[in-house]
Write a protein that binds this ligand. Structure first.
Ligand code: GDP
Ligand code: IMO
Ligand code: MG
Length: 445
């Protein structure tokens, strides 16, 4: 184990720009990790996805779930930014702001910045998302139904409404009129569903624009200023590597690039500005929605992981599919994101299991392969080749240093580190902020 140092909370390092991304199918515990290290950063930035994300933090015994607000928002003096690559449902964002304000956490315009170029999720996006899924029947993707795909489609086809379009009524009126003609034709005549009302939508979204206008800013410019002032910046990924639209298990993916490479386009900075990329790895695997999952457990053990890990979607409440850790996937995530290090979460969930399995290769058509095959049909045929390790029974939630962990827990971590080939920076042993073992400070010294 390449344990370097034990850092103390609040210790300040010289400037760095760090990316935190998911290495599996989302829900790796990114929210907890971002909140945890936020006391060392000046800005937390979302760069893709939308309110399909559900990031959970547990602070002072209270659970917070954020869908759009960056997970650093509970830290005072933190600037939270929502980049142009994010798709924003304004009603959801306003609700999150108001919920926090009710709890006494003020979200002033100098604490929250929203890109004027972020695309807006409109009612027809949600209607189309759900109508399409219903039409697909058993072949459905299992989307979150939040309108994410249709919104990114409009962005790519240049029919999108962006945040700054909400600020000028006549402008919004013209855009919306043209777009609604097409969308309502689809909804009514192809999907046989209800049309979206023009006047009501115009008024509603103009009001959202007014409510959010003070937060609207030029994120790329702001980030440039932060970088020049040697401030610490953290980019918070949503979803995970295998939900990436290009490199994930297409078509069972989301509609954005979830990889670290998309930070540059989704926030407006150059690749050379990112100092470190850190991947969050859940100690086992989960997935919500459809698509292949070679290490999925269809037995009692799968149900046990779901209950022990509370594996129900933070956004839709759907039960998550559960299975063993898949190192073949983590290695691919390492390559695709250029990971410098990893963070292992939910290790405590494995406590009490007699033995643990890690997939180290796949068997397909009588051959052993060591990388995720690029085509879905081949991936669906893969059966995992497992390495089996002994489990542990000791409660690890109160442990705060690596050396205090049971020997078998250390062995599990060391095996992961050796197989993946990058160091483990942090180990999470419970949902709360403090239930954490920090092995290495990944902010530049
Ligand atoms: P995200 O989307 O990657 O931010 O992850 P989610 O918040 O959707 O799902 C992770 C869940 O696991 C949340 O309920 C967290 O509170 C919880 N969690 C995070 N880290 C740990 C951990 O180390 N142990 C346990 N038991 N739960 C954790
Ligand atoms: P966080 O950020 C887990 C999944 C959906 C579906 C697919 C496409 O909390 O890790 P979409 O609504 O994006 O078009 O759905 O992607 N999905 C997630 N699964 N965690 C997420 O986000 C997800 N966001 C989308 O379940 O399979
Ligand atoms: Mg989540």
């Amino acid at each position: 184990m390449r344990v370097k140092s034990q850092i103390k909370g609040g210790e300040r390092a010289k400037m760095s720009v760090v990316a935190i991304v998911g290495t599996q199918w989302g829900d790796e515990g990114k929210g907890k990790v971002v909140d945890l290290v936020s006391d060392r950063v000046d800005a937390v930035v979302r760069f893709q996805g939308g309110n399909n994300a559900g990031h959970t933090l547990v602070v002072n015994g209270k659970k917070h779930i954020f869908h759009l607000l960056p997970s650093g928002i509970l830290h005072e003096n933190m600037t939270c930014m929502i980049g142009n690559g994010v798709v924003i449902d304004p009603a959801v964002l306003i609700k999150e702001i108001e919920r926090l304000e009710k709890e006494g956490i003020k979200i002033t315009p100098d604490r929250l910045k929203i890109s004027q170029h972020a695309h807006v999720i409109m009612p027809y996006h949600k209607a189309l998302d759900n109508a399409r899924e219903a039409k697909k029947g058993s072949k459905k993707i299992g989307t979150t139904g939040r309108g994410i795909g249709p919104c990114y489609e409009d962005k790519a086809s240049r029919n999108g409404i962006r945040i700054h379009d909400l600020l000028k009524k006549e402008h919004l009126e013209t855009k919306l009129k043209n777009i609604l003609d097409e969308k309502n034709f689809m909804l009514q005549h192809y999907f046989k569903s209800e049309p979206i009302q023009f006047e009501q939508t115009l008024e509603e979204y103009f009001q959202y624009g007014k409510r959010l206008s003070d937060y609207v800013d030029n994120i790329s410019l702001l980030l440039d200023e932060f970088i020049k002032q040697d401030k610490n910046i953290m980019f918070e990924g949503a979803q995970g590597t295998f939900l990436d639209i290009d490199h994930g298990t297409y078509p069972y993916v989301t509609s954005s690039n979830t990889l670290a490479g998309n930070i540059c386009c989704g926030a407006g900075i150059g690749p050379g500005k990112i100092d470190k990329v850190v991947g969050v790895v859940k100690a086992y695997s989960t997935r919500v929605g459809g698509g292949p999952f070679p290490t999925e457990l269809h037995d009692e053990l799968g149900l046990h992981l779901r209950e022990a890990g509370g594996e129900y979607g933070s956004t839709t409440g759907r039960p998550r599919r559960c299975g063993w850790l898949d190192i073949v996937m983590i290695k691919k995530a390492c390559r695709l994101n250029g990971l410098d290090g990893i963070i292992i979460t939910k290790l405590d969930v494995l406590t009490g299991l007699k033995e643990l399995k890690i997939s180290i290769a796949y068997r397909v058509n009588g051959q052993e392969i060591y990388d995720v095959p690029p085509d879905l049909e081949a991936f669906e045929q893969c059966t995992p080749v497992y390495k089996t390790l002994p489990g542990w029974n000791e409660d690890i939630r109160n442990i705060r240093t690596f050396s205090e962990l049971p020997e078998n827990t250390k062995l599990y971590l060391k095996t992961i580190e050796e197989l993946v080939g990058v160091p483990i920076y942090i180990v999470s042993v419970g949902p709360a902020r403090e239930e954490t073992i920090i092995l290495e400070n990944f902010f530049k010294q």
